[in-house]
Ligand binder design. Structure first.
Ligand SMILES: [Zn+2]
Length: 49
């Protein structure tokens, strides 16, 4: 696979935005990969509720 050196851009299922950083795991189901921003937001929302 010659794509190995190319940074994969993924679409965050949470906010729908493309990201290429290390994904975070959603706290909703512990397996969905989301963007770091959403990962941080989920962590914060956990405290809000
Ligand atoms: Zn996101």
């Amino acid at each position: 696979m010659k794509e190995n050196n190319i940074t994969r851009i993924k679409i965050c299922p949470q906010c729908g935005k493309p990201y290429h950083d290390v994904p975070a795991i959603s706290r909703m189901d512990n397996e969905t990969l989301i963007c770091p921003d959403c990962g941080t937001r989920e962590a914060l929302e956990k405290y809000r509720c």
